[in-house]
Design a binder for this molecule. Sequence first.
Ligand code: ARG
Length: 589
Amino acid sequence: MSSRNSTPFHLLTGLDSALKTAAGAAGLDLALFNPEVRAAEARHGDFQANGVLAYAKQAKANPRDLATKLVAQLPDFVRETCEVTIAGPGFINFTLKPAALLGWMQAYSTPALLAAGAAAARPGEVWIVDYSSPNTAKQMHVGHLRSAVIGEALARIMAFSGAKIIRDNHIGDWGTQFGKLIWAYKRQLDAAALARDPIEEFERLYKAGNAAAEADPAILKEAQQELVKLQSGDAEDLAIWRQIIDASLTAFQQIYDRLGIHFDETLGESFYNDKVPLVYRELADTGLAAESQGALVVFHESHPRFKTQPFIIRKSDGAANYASSDLATILYRADHFRARGIIYVVDSRQRDHFEQLFLTAAEWFRRTRRTLPALHHVDFGTVLGENNKPLKTRDGENIKLKDLLGEAEERAYALVSAKSPDFPEAERRSIAAIVGVGSVQYADLAQNRSSDYLFAWDKMISLEGNTAAYLLYAVSRIHSIFRKEGLQPGDPEAEAGAGAPETPAEIALARKILKFADAVRLANDSLRPHFLCLYLYELAGEFSAFYSADKVLVDDHAIRARRLLLCARTVLMLETGLHLLGLRTLTRM
Ligand code: ARG
């Protein structure tokens, strides 16, 4: 609400600044006043400012008097758009007037206009999203699902919120596993198997090399020498390694395509191979790292655990490790990409690693007078099976992601075929691909990422509850309303002459539509997509209530236009929100 003629996208932020302006005009000490504007429970209006209470306590003033003074100083446009009331001991409640609801819905009528409004949250900030990041030479399995799904959703939400996002797949392509793998490759390669399914063959070779090395110390030595040869640039080993990486990336991309993921960069651990010596040097020179039994380690004196638990940045055999390449990666991202921040979408079991990494980087950058990007470990829990243990196949193997997505599509196909048996087979198949993969993505995103989540097919692929199918069905149902009239959502002719919402159901729906802005903002600020899921689910519920209370396609032109406008904005928020989560949508199901 910064100016009279423009309708702000984030009303909450707009009210916050209006209250600060009013506080200044009313003579409050701005250093002590925080308006504390938040979304209100519907019965109290749309927003509520609670900050007067804390301020009054400090200033030893009567909170109700203070609230009255503040309200009197609110800029005119606040009172034009909201009913403002003072409640209880001094809460200020704001209820948007129907005309303001209409104004907002008219101002934000396309995805581009929504994005332009949302972009104020992170204007032009460069953020690296480090996600998926699997280790090479292995299939992606169910343990790789969450990072890919959550990372992609956050990348989209942050980009929508104005950030310039660099999606970086920090693949594990330089580990000790290559010694054993190359050793076995040179001796036991099955060319036909390699041609059929290279990753499967690499997995077999790795297992063979590992078993041989365990059984015979001489072989272990040979495998270690292969690793040294690779790391010092031996042409033959490098060629084998390159082949393994290329085949892995091709297999990964097949999964990414199904999940709608495209990386801007795939700078794995090997990329930082020539960049770690600088890390050793600077950390040693600044006294941050010290030699300990041949290894280079960092301790953090002021941390209860990390003052004795070392962060090893160079192993005693001189080799780089996960920590050294992650340190080099931070410097590269700061220098080369000018990153304002980095998020690491990695499961919670790596919490210690990231804590130590961030502490070390902060101290390193401080001592070398560099500016450290903001660093966030976006952690998440484990995918559990129905027995509450990490999800596995019946014989205890990891479930391959391609099999899991395949099963999702099959189950969705059954659901679609039961619901719409008259649709042509090809259409049912393409709907099933969207519903199946979307259900897996959505089930992962819909709950707070910090907790473990129970993988249950029947709950996930269902038309009931907070599921992808429920939301996709709501989208297609709204499209069918327009289809019946030969129209499309957003067609100006459908909503020409629409007035402000009038009936209780219309008003309730409009108020929910506007809350899209806050939901995206909250998901963006907290890096938690489930807030957006919850919003979409509530919006779909509000739409159902409206749809059963108020008939849309009535003869009265004004009523019809007004209700079609509400339908169009509901589907706009649903589709935009689902796309932000990484799902595809459909118009018929
Ligand atoms: N490759 C690692 C793993 O599979 C994840 C890498 C995450 N990114 C990072 N910069 N450490 O555990």
